[in-house]
Design a binder for this molecule. Structure first.
Ligand code: NAP
Length: 277
């Protein structure tokens, strides 16, 4: 059996059309869905990500407001900016691009975002609510992965799922989302021993390590579901996908799998926030 390709590029394009129609409807009612993006400093990769997010807003007819702050910004200055955006009733979503310069307390700033505008799913409160199964905007990359899983009707109930990585924006929320779907979840990280053995026993693997091809294709069990969140300049992910179509039952390609779903989920959640207004 050939593996199912979990095509994030296709799903995000379909979703964009739906979002665009809903944005048009809101605009006709006098509500202009608006995302505020905050970029602190001059990191070229962050600049590119923010630009891609704003371009997607433009494509669906959504307004985006770019706040650009200098590299020398302090925590207090960033908090002040966030509070102003929280108070602005014309802003429906706030994206604080990660990472911020090291002198800033990023966690404090994330948690200053009003929960109603936390469309990137970065606050502790949003994470807690999501974990408890209470309505919340999910962190966009894992939430986008769940949308792919649901779109392709993959039943993860009871599966032995292994998430490699435990970052606040990816590995941890991913694990909780899979747990909420009744998978049996193991989280691996840099201190985990015998990762290869753990992965060899997985029915579902999420690569969220940040190391190119860290997970080898011969560690992957026959018919496992393979989700690769990584993306590296050499156009590969965190999993060696060589020959994966003959091993996995379903997999996300790199590029064109998880990546497009992340931005699409941000835009979708901004729309949902505007609809709730
Ligand atoms: P991160 O914050 O650097 O976290 C990496 C995680 O991997 C950490 O939990 C770390 O463990 C673990 N790790 C590092 N080396 C390891 C090793 N040798 N063995 C086992 N675990 C190890 O990265 P991230 O932000 O979560 O991103 C992970 C990947 O996803 C990256 O490739 C990134 O480019 C990609 N990503 C993609 C999108 C998208 O839109 N497609 C969005 C975000 C991230 P410790 O906690 O013990 O340090």
């Amino acid at each position: 059996m050939t593996a199912i390709i979990l095509d994030g590029k296709e799903l995000s394009a379909i979703s964009e059309d739906t979002i665009k129609n809903k944005v048009d409807d809101l605009v006709k009612k006098g509500i202009e869905p608006t995302l505020a993006t905050i970029l602190v400093g001059n990191d070229p990769a962050s600049e590119t990500y923010v630009k891609m997010k704003r371009n997607t807003c433009t494509r669906v007819g959504m307004k985006s407001i770019a706040v650009e702050l200098p590299e020398s910004t302090t925590t207090d200055e960033l908090l002040h900016t966030i509070h102003k955006l929280n108070d602005d009733k014309n802003i429906h979503g706030i994206l604080l691009q990660h990472p911020v310069p090291s002198q800033i307390d990023e966690r404090l700033c994330f948690d200053a975002i009003d929960i109603k505008k936390d469309v990137d799913g970065v606050t502790c409160l949003g994470f807690g609510n999501m974990s408890m199964g209470i309505d919340a905007y999910g962190s966009c990359t894992p939430a986008g992965i769940i949308r792919l899983i649901e779109h392709y009707k993959l039943d993860v109930k009871g599966l032995n799922a292994v998430v490699v990585g435990r970052s606040p924006i990816l590995g941890k929320p991913m694990a909780m989302m899979l747990l909420n779907l009744h998978a049996t979840v193991t989280i691996c990280h840099s201190r985990t021993q015998n990762i290869e053995t753990i992965i060899k026993n997985a029915d579902l693997i999420v690569g969220a390590v940040g190391i190119p091809k860290f997970i080898k294709s011969d560690w992957i069990k026959k018919d496992a579901i393979v989700i690769d969140a990584g993306y590296h300049p050499e156009k590969c992910g965190d999993i060696d996908l060589d020959g994966i179509e003959d091993i996995a039952s379903a997999y996300t390609p790199v590029p064109g799998g998880v990546g497009p779903m992340t931005i699409n989920t941000l835009i979708l959640q901004t729309l949902q926030s505007a609809e709730k207004q």
